[in-house]
Design a protein around this ligand. Structure first.
Ligand code: ATP
Ligand code: FE
Length: 405
């Protein structure tokens, strides 16, 4: 069977068709970078309008591509017999944006149902998906490397920074979250202060610039070192970076008094980017390391770690968190193509393009639900449901007294 996934929780209009074995039959994302770049962040009303303008075309495009629909054929009619479900992100996210995806999904399900022959026993389901669960589950898409439940997740995204225990589908415990900003926000704000281009947020441009810089040029302090728990904080680092930038600007202006608002030279900007990234990732390393220790003591069945969310697309993040897991001896037995078993590093990252918001993760989360529960997982009545701007992922684990705190 196949699932159509729809995602409109923030500023990406995305859809995909994924088959039950994980194969991506089609995917498409329309980004809104140019619309929001001038405003220095996502403007909800503009995002909603852009979703409205794009959503039908995005859905039609993936259906045509997935099912090889001819120019003159109706994509819904061709897709109807193959689609077991339409899965859409219902929260958390921007309410007015979520609603665009919800309405499009509901309409699609209604049209698909109307196209089913009366004899068909199986109607396409409507599935309400949790955006963060979709970020986490997409790492399980490709067998045989999919992490089995339970596994640890470090979710590092635009709106969140959390350590989670994924116990089962829909069952998550929170080991820690951020006390202020998310790590994605810290990347975005630093990128804006440095005047970098906007594209998929500020993260990608900051990552590129940091490659040219010295990560030890500035010594920002690593957040929350005195608290040995799994919480995060990025507000202090953000302020330290802002002060460093202002200081460099003043120094540059002293040298060239004719230009008091002089831009940082490229090397100074690169040094700040690299130093910021060094400390932000150090914070992730330390928190992940504590969570691994905690799992070893309290959750011995946890053998894999997933790093998910937009920031997991970053090559430095991937490399350094892999090293943390390796040093902690975090490996698991994996079946090999020749049938043998081998110990493999068990930190998993979705492919970079599937770390930031996309339709594949939503469709895949839908596949997992249908695979597990068959026909009984859909919403009984699409009229009675609403999107949820806030949607807690699970309960918090009490870690007080742990790790010598
Ligand atoms: P959430 O998933 O928490 O609701 P979101 O959907 O807005 O938030 P994502 O799409 O998961 O967030 O990720 C977007 C964030 O990832 C942005 O803050 C962006 O700057 C950051 N990001 C994307 N690519 C990179 C990268 N290569 N390096 C660092 N950060 C990155
Ligand atoms: Fe996201």
């Amino acid at each position: 069977f196949c699932v159509l996934g729809i995602e409109t929780s923030c500023d990406d209009t995305a859809a995909a068709v994924v088959r039950s074995d994980g194969t991506i039959l089609a995917e498409h994302v329309v980004r809104q970078d140019e619309i929001h770049a001038a405003h220095g962040g996502v403007v909800p009303g503009l995002a909603r309008d852009a979703h409205r303008a794009a959503i039908d075309r995005v859905i039609e495009w993936v259906l045509r591509r997935a099912f090889h629909v001819g120019e003159s054929d109706d994509p819904m009619a061709v897709a109807a017999p193959h689609l077991a479900a339409v899965a859409t992100t219902m929260g958390p996210g921007l309410e007015i944006c979520l609603r665009v995806g919800f309405h499009a999904a509901r309409q699609t399900v209604e049209r698909l149902r109307a196209l089913q022959p009366a004899s068909s026993s199986r109607l396409p389901l409507f599935l309400s998906m949790h955006h963060l669960e979709a970020h986490c589950l997409v790492a399980r898409r490709i067998p045989p490397h999919e992490p089995p439940f339970p596994f640890l997740v470090l979710l590092a995204s635009g709106g969140h920074c959390m350590l989670l225990l994924a116990r089962d589908l829909g069952q998550y415990s929170i080991l820690g979250g951020t006390l202020d900003d998310s790590i994605g926000e810290a990347y975005d704000k630093t990128a804006r202060l440095l005047g970098l281009e906007w594209g998929g947020g500020g993260g990608p441009a900051l990552e590129r610039l940091a490659r040219e810089g010295n990560p030890h040029a500035f010594s920002f302090s690593v957040p929350l070192r005195q608290r040995r728990d799994c919480n995060f904080s990025f507000a202090g680092l953000k302020t330290a970076v802002r002060l460093a930038i202002e200081k460099c600007r003043r120094r540059a202006a002293d040298i060239d008094e004719a230009q008091p608002l002089v831009q940082l030279n490229r090397q100074a900007a690169a040094d700040i980017a690299a130093s910021f990234q060094y400390v932000a990732v150090k914070h992730l390393e330390e928190r992940l390391s504590l969570a691994l220790q905690w799992c070893q003591a309290h959750e011995p069945n946890v053998r894999s770690v997933v790093v998910a969310g937009g920031v997991a697309a970053n090559a430095t993040v991937r490399e350094r968190l892999r090293a943390v897991a390796r040093q902690a001896g975090w490996t698991r037995r994996c079946p090999q193509p020749d049938g043998s078993m081998r110990d493999e590093e068990s930190v998993l990252f979705p492919p970079p393009r599937l770390c930031t918001d996309n339709g594949v993760m939503v469709a895949w989360a839908g596949v997992e639900r249908v695979r597990r529960c068959g026909d009984i997982v859909g919403e009984p009545d699409m009229e009675d449901i609403e999107v949820a701007a806030r949607w807690p992922m699970g309960a918090r684990v009490d870690m007080s007294g742990e790790n010598g705190a």
